[in-house]
Design a protein around this ligand. Structure first.
Ligand SMILES: [Zn+2]
Length: 232
């Protein structure tokens, strides 16, 4: 981890994505004194098998669950962009909204989802791919260049992000040790109660997956990323 990281912005598609992909890493960053902000692009209002659930009620429940999970991990701010679940497209409006958040929070490190389709269908959900691609486009060049989105000026000056971690499981460049914060990751994940029928099963799967990722480096548990370093 680069010593000069003070501010971190985690941008994900849905409530619970940050905890699944980077909850342990976020817990470590906040323990080390870094300020972490979450930006959640959608309101997660389609993630329910309860036929009596309405999208409005679900969005409110999921926002509250996300705030609770963020508190467990020591996240300083949670922003919701309010896009409808499962309908994210790479539009100018979304690029403008994400670029505004990057300029507003001025992160040294951005953590985002992978823009790539894999055959892990859950992990490469269409919203994840769309949001991941938009975040990378905003890190470079849209949040950086003053002529991109002139309407963001003068309130939101251009910003240069130094590093990006892209959540990645298949051939990751960076395997992050989360052994000593695994309990916090699971406690934060458990806050998303509307998403789990049996959290015991979820915990088992997350422990197995994290142990597998850590194996090559000798870590009990790990999260995995690709790492992009900018402005060296
Ligand atoms: Zn998701």
């Amino acid at each position: 981890m680069t010593e000069s990281i003070d501010r971190v912005l985690v941008v994900t598609a849905h409530p619970d994505d940050s905890e699944f992909g980077a909850g342990g890493t976020v817990a470590r960053l906040t323990k080390e004194g870094r300020e972490v902000t979450y930006v959640i692009v959608t309101n997660g209002n389609k993630g329910s098998s309860d036929r009596a659930m309405t999208p409005e009620r679900l969005a409110a429940i999921r926002a509250e669950e996300q705030r609770a999970a963020a508190r467990v991990l020591g996240v300083a701010h949670v922003e919701f962009l309010g896009y409808p679940d499962c309908e994210v497209e790479d539009t100018r409006a979304l690029r403008l909204d994400v670029a505004r958040q990057i300029r507003r929070w001025k992160p040294d490190l951005v953590i985002c989802q992978s823009p790539n389709r894999t055959y892990n269908l859950g992990a490469s959900h269409r919203d994840h791919r769309a949001v991941g691609g938009v975040v990378l486009d905003c890190v470079y060049p849209l949040a950086r260049d003053h002529l991109a989105f002139p309407e963001l000026l003068p309130e939101h000056e251009p910003h240069k992000t130094r590093e990006v971690y892209v959540m990645q499981w298949e051939t990751p460049q960076l395997v992050a040790d989360i052994s000593d914060v695994m309990d916090l990751k699971l406690k934060a994940l458990a806050c998303h109660a509307s998403q789990f029928k049996d959290f015991g099963q979820v915990e088992k799967r997350v422990r197995e997956r994290s142990a597998e990722l850590g194996q090559a480096k000798g870590f009990a548990y790990a999260e995995a990323f690709d790492r992009i370093v900018l402005n060296r």
